[in-house]
Design a protein around this ligand. Structure first.
Ligand SMILES: C[S@@+](CC[C@H](N)C(=O)[O-])C[C@H]1O[C@@H](n2cnc3c(N)ncnc32)[C@H](O)[C@@H]1O
Length: 282
């Protein structure tokens, strides 16, 4: 009887999985949930309303990434890791800069954890506007401004931690109004290293001694991922074309005055395997 139940459970799982995939294109993923749930103090429906009013709730005929950003909960292991790393590894008085901050989810979460000095910037003015409105609604003292993360302005401030999550690999693809890189160059190891070294060096100068730069990159394992392993098939080859191996990141970090403290891989969240590197100023 026990065996029959086990097999029935397995058959039901298989049926549901196939049914969802066939009829709704949904694939069930096995992600271990954590207790790092990002809960917004400002109600999510109010943030969605701000995004609708600003006109960026819909993109390509569906709800935009921004519209659902605050629904992320604890589904993103890399962001969760950073939150925990900062919470346990840095002082609450640490000065933190969140680059490509979107509408501010991570900035507000850190403020809720007790961090007192947080600044965020984003390329898109509409994100900055919404982040500022959410900040006001939640009574936060987080500062936001518009800037291009590929040529960040020197505000004269030095930070203890700078994050670049969820955007650099995508911006290198030309998303969010960034310049698309020439496709004949994107597979070149030298070109990829030049881009990364240039990026890291721009932020090293804004770090206090021993400060952290946390950056998320597409892993070069993606280069030999077969298209049938991806739901977008051949298209998957063009998604996030700037990819790095851990060895390349070590090399670029050293050239930029940083060293790799730790790295984390996530294969289930997002289009391709991503690695998040925690770098420290030497
Ligand atoms: C997928 S969203 C991630 C937002 C936020 N980091 C988060 O995790 O919720 C990517 C963000 O990066 C921003 N971005 C893209 N290119 C940028 C650039 N060159 N400089 C600064 N921000 C940029 C986009 O405007 C967008 O808000």
């Amino acid at each position: 009887m026990k065996q029959a139940l086990i097999l029935l459970k397995s058959d039901i799982k298989f049926f549901v999985k196939n049914f969802l995939k066939k009829n709704f294109g949904v694939e069930l993923k096995r992600v271990k949930k954590e207790d790092a749930r990002i809960v917004s103090k400002v109600p999510v429906h109010q943030i969605k309303k701000l995004i609708k009013n600003k006109g960026f709730a819909v993109s390509d005929g569906q709800a935009s990434w921004f519209y659902t950003a605050y629904e992320r909960g604890d589904s993103d292991p890399l962001t969760n890791y950073v939150m925990k790393f900062l919470e346990s590894g840095t002082d609450k008085n640490a000065r933190v800069l969140i680059t490509g901050c979107g509408t501010g989810i991570m900035a507000f979460h850190l403020a809720d954890l007790g961090f007192k000095d947080i600044t965020g910037f984003d390329f898109l003015q509409e994100c900055v506007d919404v982040a500022e409105q959410v900040s006001k609604m939640g009574g936060y003292s987080v500062k936001f401004y518009q800037d291009d993360g590929f040529s960040p302005k020197d505000t004269g401030v030095k930070y203890d931690a700078i994050t670049a999550l969820h955007w650099v690999f995508s911006a290198w693809m030309g998303n969010y109004g960034n310049q698309k890189l020439p496709s004949e160059k994107t597979a070149s190891a030298e070109f990829r290293e030049e881009l990364l070294t240039d990026f890291l060096a721009k932020y090293t100068r804004f770090l206090n001694p021993k400060g952290f730069l946390i950056v998320e990159l597409t892993d070069a394992v993606t280069d030999y991922r077969i298209p049938t392993d991806h739901y977008l098939g051949e298209m998957s080859k063009e998604i996030y074309p700037i990819r790095h191996t851990p060895e390349q990141v070590e090399k670029c970090a050293m050239l930029s005055g940083l060293r790799v403290i730790t790295k984390n891989l996530s294969v289930l969240y997002g289009h391709h395997p991503r690695v998040q590197y925690v770098l420290q100023k030497i």
